[in-house]
Write a protein that binds this ligand. Structure first.
Ligand code: ADP
Ligand code: ASP
Ligand code: MG
Length: 408
């Protein structure tokens, strides 16, 4: 008998018919003799709708109350799914994140899982019940409900798979696997049979929302067998693993886009030692994560430093720098959130220096200007104007298309 964790995203449980469909997938796995633990997201756009309701009443609600509100979406889908399974005649129980033993730090709206104590889940499995758990949430040390950040149900599922030593963690969603680019944006994107944890982590961190990046990090750390597949078709999905067969053959595994970023440029900084330290330590002290950094060569005793942050941190970063002009002197700040980051990812590019040049050539041929560049061993990211982002993904994907075919 195997233990399987199955996670279903919001579109998979959006209405009664889809909940019934999910109930069938769950009970099929149960009927085969498996122990089944299920993690669900809120139905359809419920989380967005709840955020809208909150902002109607208070444009700046406390994060604690936001978590109290947002956690309700998952509770609804879990209770409804349990009812559908009851109706089919199978033993089932639904549990909230805290009943399931999720303990988090106190970072409301973006909490980290500290530990999971699955005693109640194990008791229920002993009774041969299907266990349905709310994704995306836990309890902090004050006994308050916390949520794990948007898309966090994937991370709840992987955490449960890790702590229960599950044989498999299946992430059911509205596409039938991980593709070489978002298949909604790039119609000729190819489905990957398998992808390494490392590449998937880069893709997820660079904007491919098919998996929450923290779920991939956790799957890698605890060696969780992960599979991404569709709740709407029976097609085989994508396996996320430590090592994959095609790694030697192809340089690139995918293209990703992130529109959720903003760029700040500090113009006319003093060209003296310690300036970068002052800027980035100020931001770090205030929990502002910085991504790409670019410093110009000093001229006329001044220099410019540009960097990117998450869109949600743009105003805070600007305010902090303006408030600290006495220690960080500059002429002015240029701020823009009309930008996007387009990235290529692939473990095979480590020993292939031509990959970045090929990407830049594709953008040049399409007349797309690159604002900033950042590279690591397994990715190249460029910053482009947001109006160019979708076209950039398409032309870069086209340029590597033959290679993607070779990847199969
Ligand atoms: P869920 O609600 O099931 O968690 P998400 O909307 O979070 O689903 O993630 C699935 C979506 O991720 C797909 O509908 C697809 O548009 C998008 N996506 C982005 N990049 C990729 C990719 N490389 N492969 C597959 N899907 C991707
Ligand atoms: N319902 C939450 C969200 O929309 C969590 C999730 O779906 O993973 O972000
Ligand atoms: Mg998701």
């Amino acid at each position: 008998m195997a233990l399987i964790v199955q996670k279903f995203g919001g579109s998979s449980v959006a209405n009664a018919e889809r909940v019934r469909n999910v109930a069938r997938i769950i009970t099929d796995a149960y009927k085969k003799g498996n122990n089944v633990v299920v993690v669900l997201s809120a139905q359809g756009d419920t989380t967005d709708d709840l955020i809208e309701k909150a902002l109607e009443l208070n444009p700046d609600p406390s994060r604690r109350e936001m978590d109290m509100l947002l956690s309700t979406g998952e509770q609804i889908s879990c209770a409804l799914c349990a009812m559908a399974i009851e109706q089919m005649g199978y033993p089932v129980v639904s549990l909230t994140g805290w009943q399931a033993g999720f303990h988090t730090n106190s970072g409301y709206t973006n909490a980290r899982i500290k530990r999971v104590k699955p005693d109640r889940i194990l008791e229920e499995l002993d009774k041969r019940r299907i266990v349905i758990v709310t994704g995306f949430q836990g309890l902090n040390k004050y006994g308050d409900i916390t949520t794990l950040g948007r898309g966090g149900s994937d991370t709840s599922a992987v955490a449960l798979a890790a702590v229960l030593h599950a044989d498999l963690c299946q992430i059911y969603t509205d596409v039938d696997g991980v593709y070489t680019a978002d298949p909604r944006l790039v119609p000729n994107a190819r489905k990957l049979e398998e992808i390494t944890y490392e590449e998937m982590l880069e893709l997820a961190s660079l904007g491919a929302q098919v998996l929450h990046n923290r779920s991939v990090e956790m799957a890698k750390r605890y060696d969780v067998r992960l599979e991404v597949l569709s709740s709407f078709t029976d097609a085989p999905g994508t396996k996320v693993k430590e090592v994959v067969k095609r790694m030697e053959k192809s340089h690139i595994s995918g293209v990703a886009k992130d529109k959720n970023i903003a760029r700040l440029a500090l113009v006319g900084l003093e060209d003296t030692p310690g300036i970068a330290f002052k800027i980035f330590s100020l931001l770090a002290r205030n929990n502002v994560n910085v991504d790409i950094i670019l410093q110009s060569i000093g001229r006329s005793e001044t220099k410019d430093i540009s960097f990117t942050v998450a869109k949600s941190d743009m105003e805070l970063a600007q305010k902090l720098l303006e408030e600290n002009r006495d220690v960080i002197a500059f002429d002015h700040i240029d701020v823009s959130d009309n930008i996007a980051k387009v990235s290529i990812v692939g473990a095979g590019m480590i020993n292939n220096p031509g990959v970045a040049a090929t990407m830049f050539e594709a953008l040049f041929n399409a007349g797309i200007n690159i604002n900033m560049i950042s590279t690591s061993e397994i990715k190249v990211s460029v910053l482009v104007d947001s109006c160019d982002a979708d076209r950039a993904v398409q032309v870069v994907h086209d340029r590597f298309y033959d290679e993607f075919n070779g990847a199969r």
